[in-house]
Design a protein around this ligand. Structure first.
Ligand SMILES: C[S@@+](CC[C@H](N)C(=O)[O-])C[C@H]1O[C@@H](n2cnc3c(N)ncnc32)[C@H](O)[C@@H]1O
Length: 294
């Protein structure tokens, strides 16, 4: 498929963090922080996590989230559901939205959905003027600006690990360390639920497999530094990495596959040889829930 000069330029600029945040601002112009959209998504996320974790398992659990993103709304609601402690590891140091109004609205909506949460919620402290929140270290351990491949909570200290749309962004070279470290920190009998988005984030609608057309070198030249760059691991790669890290119980749930097989085959003919001849059923998945049990 070849490299596109515009993408090589954007990727070069994204190498420098100040330029990366400017590029992000340009990209997100017109998409201002939207409380309602984020709250809606957060409530959907908590419902799915409760379904997988079960309310019984959440009680008194120490839960670790990888890549919490811009706020700790989901973690706050899991504390409200009975978790003892939330550990969040987020590689982006700038990511902490601390506006009290957002969390207050979230808690109100969560209450309407039957989540037993008060204001201020357990785990968040209000600033003197009530406009900001800060995480209470008794309930939260935030590792902002840290890579999940480097942070190592004590072995056997975690009941549940989870992430939402994060593993596809972890650098390929870091994936086995992340898998190993999640294995070591999880208690025997503990679980992990990690939603992985396997689609090309830049061409999701027109061709969710477009990035599989590039050689590793081409992809790296165009995307390696950019925010939504992917490691392009497929579901069988991820399973192998986790098994090699020691997890025996590695399964998938809620596997979403591209529905139009004929169209998929048209896309597949253009894949780079590294991907083209692999099991088409593995390639066709666009989103999965990776389920781990220690
Ligand atoms: C697509 S966002 C998802 C954020 C959030 N989970 C959500 O669903 O809104 C991926 C997040 O993973 C973080 N991330 C990527 N690689 C990481 C790593 N190695 N360690 C920790 N966080 C990472 C990114 O900074 C980003 O916030």
């Amino acid at each position: 498929m070849g490299v596109r000069p515009r993408d090589v330029l954007l990727n070069g600029a994204a190498r420098f963090s100040s330029l990366r945040s400017s590029l992000r601002k340009v990209r997100d112009r017109g998409k201002e922080w939207d409380d309602d959209r984020r709250i809606k998504r957060c409530l959907e996320y908590v419902e799915t996590r409760r379904e997988f974790f079960t309310d019984e398992r959440i009680q008194e659990a120490t839960i670790l989230e990888v890549g919490s993103g811009m706020h700790v709304g989901l973690a706050t609601l899991l504390l409200a559901c009975g978790a003892k402690k939330l550990i969040n590891i987020e590689i982006d140091a700038d990511y902490f939205h601390d506006e009290a109004g957002f969390y207050e609205k979230l808690c109100r909506r969560a209450q309407e959905d039957g989540i037993p949460v008060s204001w201020p919620p357990r785990g968040l402290r209000l600033s003197a003027d009530g406009s900001r929140v800060e995480p209470d270290p008794q309930y939260f351990e935030l590792h902002l600006g840290e890579n999940a491949a480097r942070v190592r909570p004590p072995a056997g200290s975690i009941d549940i690990t989870f992430s939402v749309a994060v593993f596809e962004h972890v650098r390929t070279a870091d994936m086995s360390t992340v898998a190993r470290s999640l294995f070591e920190m999880t208690k025997p009998g503990g679980v992990g639920y990690h939603r992985v988005d396997l689609a090309d984030h830049y061409f999701r609608k027109s061709n969710p497999f477009r990035f599989l057309e590039n050689s590793p070198m081409e992809y790296s030249l165009m995307y390696s530094n950019r925010g939504s760059s992917s490691n392009r691991l497929r579901m069988d790669d991820i399973e192998r990495i986790f098994r090699d890290a020691g997890w025996e119980d590695v399964t998938y749930s809620d596997v979403v596959k591209f529905p139009d097989v004929e169209q998929f085959e048209t896309f597949r003919r253009r894949f780079h040889p590294d991907f083209r001849d692999r099991d088409p059923e593995m390639l066709r998945a666009t989103s999965v829930m990776l389920c781990l049990r220690r």
